[in-house]
Write a protein that binds this ligand. Structure first.
Ligand SMILES: NC(=O)c1ccc[n+]([C@@H]2O[C@H](COP(=O)([O-])OP(=O)(O)OC[C@H]3O[C@@H](n4cnc5c(N)ncnc54)[C@H](OP(=O)(O)O)[C@@H]3O)[C@@H](O)[C@H]2O)c1
Length: 312
C-alpha cells in the first residue's frame, strides 16, 4: 500500500516522502481502517526531526485518522465492517490503511465528515485533558499562549463555554481572529502585553514565554506546562516568585499520562462537534501528496488551527 514515509531528519525540504509500506498486521483487538483523511500535529513534525519514536526502526508517522472500518477487530470489540470512524493510533496513520486498537476509536455520525473528524484526535484530546488538569474554570481567568494552533482553538472554545475569561496569545491579530469568535475575551500579540493576574496559565511556547506568563499568575495560581513550540528551554528565577505568583504551582502535562486509551474522549469530541458546540478550525486541507508542504507550513507558523490531508 501507499504510505507517507519519514525522510532524513536533517532534510527540512523533504521531511517525508510518499512511498510503499507493508499492509498493517492487526493484533486481535485492532481494527483495520481505510484512511480517508489525517491530520499533522506539531509533535509529529518534531518527531520527524529526530524525536524519540523516529529512532525506532520502521516507525512511520500518523496519530490522527478518519475513515472506514475495512476489517473489524478479531476479538469482536469495536465497530463493524463499513463503519465510519475517527481514531488515534500510536503511529502509522499517514497511509492508505492502518491498524488501530478499538479502545482508541469511535464511530462518526453522518453529520461529521472525515476532514473535520481527522482534525480532532490529538489536539482535541489534549485540550480536553488540559482543561481537566486545570480544574473548574467557571468565573476564572485563564491565559493561553500558543493559542492559534490546533490545541489552542479547542482549548479556547471549551474553556469559554465553561465560563472562563480567557486571554489568548497569538503572533498576529489575523492568526488569532477565530479565537475571538470562539469565545476568547481578549487577544494579545505578545505575552509581554498581558496584565493579569490569572488564576490559570496554559503554556506551550517555552523560553521567555513561560517566565513572562508565570509572572502574570495570581498568588497560589496554577501554570500547566504542556509544550515548547519555540524550542528554547525555560529559565526560572526562584526569587521572582515572591513578587507575584507566590506559592504558584507548575504542573508538567503529558496528554498520554493519565490514560492511554482514547475512545471515550474521541466520542466526547465527536458529540460536541455534532451538537454544534465545538468548531474545529481547519487552516488547510490538502491532498496527501502535499504533506511535506503542510509540514513546512506548520513549522513556519503559517497554518492556523489544524492541518488536514486527504488520501487518494
Ligand atoms: N504535552 C502534551 O501532551 C502535548 C500534546 C499536544 C501538543 N503539545 C504541544 O502543545 C503545543 C501546541 O500544539 P499544537 O498542535 O496546537 O501546535 P501548533 O498548531 O503548531 O500551534 C503552536 C502555536 O504556538 C505558537 N508559537 C509561538 N512561538 C512559536 C515558535 N517559535 N514556533 C512555533 N510556534 C510558536 C504559534 O502561534 P503564533 O504563530 O500565533 O504565535 C502556533 O500556532 C505544541 O508545543 C505541542 O508540542 C503538547
Amino acid at each position: 500500500m501507499k504510505a507517507i514515509l519519514p525522510g532524513s531528519p536533517a532534510d527540512t525540504d523533504e521531511p517525508v516522502v510518499l512511498g510503499e509500506a507493508a499492509e498493517p498486521q492487526p493484533a486481535d483487538d485492532e481494527a483495520v481502517i481505510e484512511v480517508e483523511a489525517f491530520s499533522v500535529n506539531r509533535g509529529e513534525t518534531l518527531q520527524l526531526e529526530g524525536g524519540l519514536d523516529r529512532r525506532r526502526a520502521g516507525w512511520r508517522p500518523g496519530k490522527d485518522v478518519a475513515g472506514t472500518v475495512l476489517r473489524p477487530a478479531a476479538d469482536g470489540s469495536g465497530p463493524a465492517d463499513g463503519a465510519r470512524v475517527v481514531a488515534h493510533p500510536p503511529a502509522y496513520g499517514w497511509a492508505e490503511r492502518v491498524a488501530v486498537p478499538t479502545h482508541s476509536l469511535t464511530e462518526l455520525p453522518d453529520s461529521v465528515d472525515a476532514v473535520t473528524a481527522a482534525a480532532l484526535p490529538l489536539a482535541g484530546i489534549t485540550a480536553l485533558r488540559l482543561l481537566r488538569a486545570a480544574g473548574p474554570l467557571a468565573g476564572r481567568t485563564v491565559l493561553l499562549t500558543g493559542a492559534s494552533g490546533g490545541v489552542g482553538h479547542y482549548v479556547t472554545e471549551l474553556a469559554a463555554a465553561g465560563g472562563a475569561r480567557l486571554t489568548a496569545v497569538s503572533a498576529t491579530a489575523e492568526r488569532g481572529a477565530k479565537l475571538m469568535q470562539l469565545g476568547a475575551a481578549e487577544l494579545v500579540t505578545s505575552v509581554a502585553d498581558v496584565s493579569g493576574p490569572y488564576d490559570v496559565v496554559l503554556e506551550s511556547v517555552g523560553g521567555d514565554s513561560l517566565s513572562t506568563a508565570l509572572a502574570a499568575l495570581a498568588p497560589g495560581g496554577l501554570l500547566v506546562w504542556f509544550g515548547q513550540a519555540g524550542r528554547a528551554p525555560v529559565t526560572l528565577d526562584f526569587f521572582s516568585f515572591f513578587e507575584g505568583p507566590n506559592q504558584a504551582r507548575i504542573a508538567h502535562f503529558d496528554y498520554t499520562a493519565s490514560d492511554a486509551t482514547y475512545g471515550q474522549d474521541l466520542a466526547a469530541l465527536v458529540r460536541l462537534v455534532a451538537g454544534g458546540r465545538l468548531h474545529p478550525e481547519i487552516g488547510t486541507v490538502r491532498d496527501w501528496t502535499r504533506t511535506a508542504d503542510v509540514i513546512a507550513g506548520l513549522r513556519g507558523r503559517r497554518i492556523r488551527g489544524n492541518a488536514v490531508l486527504t488520501v487518494g
